[in-house]
Design a protein around this ligand. Structure first.
Ligand code: PEP
Ligand code: MN
Length: 362
C-alpha cells in the first residue's frame, strides 16, 4: 500500500514535476490588481511552481487586516488562468475548505495558529473527507512535535492521501534575531519521523524580515528540504500584512539564483569512499566520547557515595559555575560555541545528577 506521504512526493514530482518545489505569492490577497500583477511577475521569472495568497488571515491582534475573504477566491482563479500556476490558500474552518475548493484552489495549507488547535484541525479534516486535494501542514506556533504530528494524523485519518509539511519556525517570548526561531532540530526530527513526507521551508515567517531570507533558505536547502515557500509582493513596503518580510518577484528570482542547490547524493565512487572513511572516524570518536562519558558517570556515582555518607546536597552551585567557566575558556580555544558548551554541559550535568540521585536515594 502507498503511504499518504509518498503520494505527496509523487504529486510534486509529477504534476508540478520539480523538486525543490517553489511556492510564492503575497502574504495576503489585497486587490485583484495586486494579486494578478504579483502572479504575472512571478510567472515571468520562470522560477516559481505555485502561487500562494492568504485569503483569510488569522491575526494575533484584532484590528489588523484580517484578509479579503471569499471575494478574493475568483482573483486566484483568474491568476491561475492567466499564468498557469496552481494555487494554494490557507484554510482554518470547514467553510473555508468548501469555499476554496469551489474556486478550484489546488493545494490547501493549514496555518501555524490552526495546527495548535485540535478542534480546528479536526473541523478542517472533516471537511476534507472524500476530497482528493493535497494539504500542507505548517508546524504549530509552539515547539511541540506531537501537536504537529497530531494534526498530520487527523488529516490523514480523514482520508487525505497527499500530505506535506511546512516548517515556519516557532514563536518565543521577547525579541530574537528571528520572528519565529527555526529550531532546525525539530524540523529534522519531524523529517526523520516521516521520511516519505515532503517538507517545505518557509523562510518568510521564520525571518520576519528580508535581509536574512536567503541565509535561511540556503540552510533549508543544505538540510535537504523539498522546497521553499517565500512571500512576494509587487510593492512589499506597502503590503497590508507582513510588509517587512516580503520581496518583489524579481528579488525572489535573484535569491533563487543565489542559492546553491545541493543534491542529496552523487554517483561517484571516489566521493563515497572518502566520505565513508571520514564517517568511520566520526563513529570511532563518538564511541570514545560515550566511553568517556560513561566513565565520568561512574566517578560521579563515587562522589555520590561520599555525599551520601556526609549528608551533602547533590547540587553545588559554586562547583557547577566553576565547571562552566572552565569549559567556556577551553571550548573557545577549540572553536566550540558558548551555546553548544552550555547545552552539552547541561546535558552531562543532568545525567550526573540522575546517577548521583540513584546512588544517594538507594
Ligand atoms: C502565512 O503564511 O501568511 C501565515 C499566516 O503563516 P503562519 O501560519 O506560518 O503564521
Ligand atoms: Mn504572512
Amino acid at each position: 500500500m502507498q503511504t499518504a506521504t509518498q503520494t505527496m512526493k509523487e504529486v510534486t514530482q509529477g504534476k508540478w514535476n520539480k523538486r525543490p518545489l517553489i511556492i510564492s505569492g503575497p502574504c495576503s490577497a489585497e486587490t485583484e490588481e495586486q494579486l494578478l500583477a504579483t502572479a504575472q511577475r512571478l510567472a515571468n521569472t520562470g522560477k516559481v511552481d505555485m502561487l500562494r495568497a492568504g485569503i483569510w488571515k488569522p491575526r494575533t491582534k484584532p484590528g489588523l487586516f484580517e484578509g479579503i475573504g471569499a471575494k478574493g477566491l475568483p482573483w486566484l482563479q483568474q491568476a491561475k488562468k492567466l499564468t498557469g500556476l496552481p494555487t494554494t490558500v490557507e484554510v482554518a474552518t470547514g467553510k473555508q475548505v468548501e469555499d476554496a475548493l469551489t474556486f478550484e484552489v489546488d493545494v490547501l495549507w493549514i496555518g501555524a495558529r490552526t495546527t495548535v488547535n485540535p478542534f480546528s484541525v479536526q473541523e478542517v479534516a472533516d471537511a476534507l473527507r472524500g476530497v482528493d486535494v493535497p494539504v500542507l501542514i505548517k508546524n504549530p506556533i509552539n515547539p511541540d512535535l506531537e501537536l504537529w504530528s497530531g494534526a498530520v494524523e487527523r488529516v490523514a485519518r480523514a482520508g487525505v492521501k497527499q500530505i506535506g509539511l511546512i516548517h515556519r519556525g516557532f514563536s518565543s517570548y521577547g525579541n530574537t534575531e528571528y520572528r519565529n526561531a527555526p529550531m532546525w532540530h525539530l524540523a529534522i526530527e519531524m523529517k526523520r519521523r516521516n521520511p516519505e513526507m515532503m517538507i517545505i521551508n518557509d523562510p518568510s515567517h521564520i525571518c520576519g524580515r528580508r535581509d536574512i531570507l536567503l541565509e535561511v533558505a540556503q540552510k533549508a536547502i543544505d538540510l535537504d528540504f523539498d522546497g521553499l515557500m517565500i512571500e512576494s509582493h509587487v510593492d512589499p513596503d506597502n503590503a497590508w500584512s507582513d510588509a517587512k518580510q516580503q520581496v518583489t518577484p524579481e528579488r525572489l528570482a535573484e535569491m533563487l539564483d543565489a542559492i546553491i542547490w545541493r543534491k542529496e547524493d552523487v554517483n561517484s565512487e571516489e566521493y563515497h569512499a572518502a566520505l565513508e572513511k571520514l564517517r568511520q572516524q566520526i563513529n570511532h570518536l563518538d564511541d570514545e566520547l560515550m566511553q568517556i562519558i560513561g566513565q565520568r558517570m561512574k566517578i560521579a556515582e563515587k562522589i555520590g557515595e561520599y555525599k551520601k555518607n556526609n549528608n551533602i546536597t547533590i547540587l553545588q552551585t559554586n562547583r557547577w559555575n566553576s565547571i562552566l567557566e572552565r569549559a567556556f575558556l577551553k571550548g573557545d580555544k577549540l572553536g566550540l560555541s558558548k551555546e553548544f558548551i552550555t547545552k552539552y554541559f547541561d546535558a552531562v550535568h543532568m545525567e550526573s545528577i540522575n546517577h548521583q540521585n540513584k546512588v544517594m536515594n538507594s
